[in-house]
Design a protein around this ligand. Sequence first.
Ligand code: F6P
Length: 322
Amino acid sequence: MKRIGVFTSGGDAPGMNAALRAVVRTASGMGVEVVGIRRGYAGMIDGEFVPLGPRDVANIIQRGGTILLTARSKDFMTEAGRATAARNLKEAGIEGLVAIGGDGTFRGAERLIEEHRIPVVGVPGTIDNDLYGTDYTIGFDTAVNTALDAIDRIRDTAASHERVFFIEVMGRYAGFIALEVGIAGGAEVVALPEVSISPEEIARTISASLEKGKRSSIIVVAEGAYPGGAEALFRAVRELSGFEARVTVLGHIQRGGSPTAKDRVLASRLGAVATRTLVGGTSGVMVGEVEGEVTLTPLYEAVTKKKEIDIDLYELARVLSG
Ligand code: F6P
């Protein structure tokens, strides 16, 4: 390959820039040109291409967000949109792509491969950590630490006012962020989409905590754990028990900020391997890290197979909240 494209797509994640830098510098070291595609699949359709050399990615390893911008493109979901994108890529002499994103990004990549024979290798970039084939996705560690910092602060005011707080964290349909911050933040309850927990059970846990002499409680709620999120869950608990509480939705703060060292290293490693894999002639896979080793997983499996939460960690959270 003489020229490859790289893009970021879907929800941004801290570390995407570090991955982009690794792609550009690895390719450059192999004598391969890199074209940056702005705004993900939307920019592919609109032909928003920019040449990227090693100096263009200087001083971005520490920056959150993505300098290439990102989008969730509706047009790319249509055959006509994908055909336009493929034509633009071919006209620009782009022979293969490194796609940095989550499941929506990889589903789009699969279509490009099947319908237009454009080789693609995926790099897992999402705070949700919900991709099969990698222990961690780029951005997850930073998001967890950002949420944890907020929860620590909320704990100060919860303790001072002797209050219960319901804190909603992101994760879409997955509870990885909630589980990790639940343990690290010493939550009394962790509500995840993967393990059913009722408002009755939460009310009982709060009562038991009060009886044990705990004057404040932190309930961490994954956004997908209960229809309507933390606010609705709190209302259901109040209905049953009369308990008062405050609700905080951490929201998009979890997506921003400078990536942690762990995310920068992961992004650098996976960005480099993805580039070597693509240029070496392999397509339709996502690079990942499993038990410290770099792995390749078919894109299809990465998005269709379910990555399970660590149920032992969940049990640990329950035991330690006693
Ligand atoms: O996939 C990343 C994520 O932040 C999810 O955790 C969340 O559900 C979603 O994106 C929010 O998307 P948007 O920024 O489009 O509202």
